[in-house]
Design a protein around this ligand. Structure first.
Ligand code: ADP
Ligand code: MG
Length: 256
């Protein structure tokens, strides 16, 4: 079990001006593992995810994905900023699904999915289309290839967003409260799609308020508060035997 973790987060800190959003956070995610981030609003979950795919540049520490530093290259012990191509290649390896959907409104579901593979990965249109149909089937939307986003429910749009991220063949998938903006009856289908992705061996970090999902799917649950990983463990331990008073209080609130 000495394999390098797929995601290594080492002493990560991030400040926005005077706001310290992350205060020295260390975490490993093994290949094929699912880690769920839980914690109150403002605890730094989104910032952590945004640092992992370098939507935000960390203030301190470092992140490695599959052994490679995120956001820069190391040459002779020196950090060198990535050029545009290196940056695009890195981003393609790190899929992200947000709380609010970012589908292109003027494109059908399948066009949303194939654009990245064609333009960034240089796949042929025919291959990209074939794979997009498979991905749509996987997320339960085989019949929605030709639908525009406005013709889809929020949950369906979110599942297209998952398929679109998967089409880039990422090494890891990051989910930032993917169901928080959805009507309750639409949440289940999205969680099932995510569970399916996890079952196929994807390495995932999921910020979520869905404690049932965390309990069922996560290998590890990390409770964040104030920019720190206050407590972490397997779901059983975190949910049934929380050690810290802060986690106990949080669980009492969300499970009430
Ligand atoms: P969470 O996702 O757990 O709700 P966030 O990572 O969004 O937490 O926020 C962590 C802290 O960083 C909060 O205090 C928040 O107000 C602050 N923050 C997040 N993004 C920004 C930003 N772009 N500029 C300034 N402060 C920010
Ligand atoms: Mg957030």
């Amino acid at each position: 079990m000495s394999a390098t973790p797929m995601i290594q987060i080492e002493d990560l800190s991030k400040s926005y001006g005077a706001v310290q959003a992350l205060r020295g956070l260390t975490m490993n995610v093994g290949k094929g593992e699912v880690v769920c981030l839980i914690g109150p609003s403002g605890s730094g979950k989104s910032t952590l995810l945004r640092c992992v795919n370098h939507l935000e540049a960390p203030t301190g520490g470092r992140i490695l994905v599959d052994g490679a530093p995120v956001g820069y290259r190391e040459q002779n012990g020196q950090r060198r900023a990535m050029n545009g191509r290196e940056f695009a290649a890195m981003r393609a390896q790190i899929g992200m699904v947000f709380q609010h959907f970012y589908l292109w409104p003027h494109m059908t579901a399948i066009e949303n999915i194939i654009t990245g593979p064609i333009t960034v990965l240089r796949r042929s249109r025919a291959d990209a289309v074939d794979e997009a149909h498979e991905l749509l089937a996987k997320v339960g939307l085989a019949d929605k290839a030709g639908a525009f986003p406005e013709q889809l429910s929020g949950g369906q749009r979110q599942r297209v967003a998952i398929a679109r991220a998967l089409a880039m063949r990422p090494k890891v998938m990051l989910f930032d409260e993917p169901t928080s903006a959805l009507d309750p009856e639409l949440v289940g289908d999205v969680l099932r799609a995510m569970e399916q992705v996890a079952a196929e061996g994807m390495t995932m970090i999921v910020a979520t308020h869905e404690m049932g999902f965390a309990r069922k799917v996560a290998k590890k649950v990390v409770f964040m508060d104030g920019g720190r990983d206050v407590e972490a463990g397997d779901p059983e331990q975190v949910f049934t035997a929380p050690k810290s008073e802060r986690l106990q209080r949080f669980l009492n609130q969300v499970l009430a």
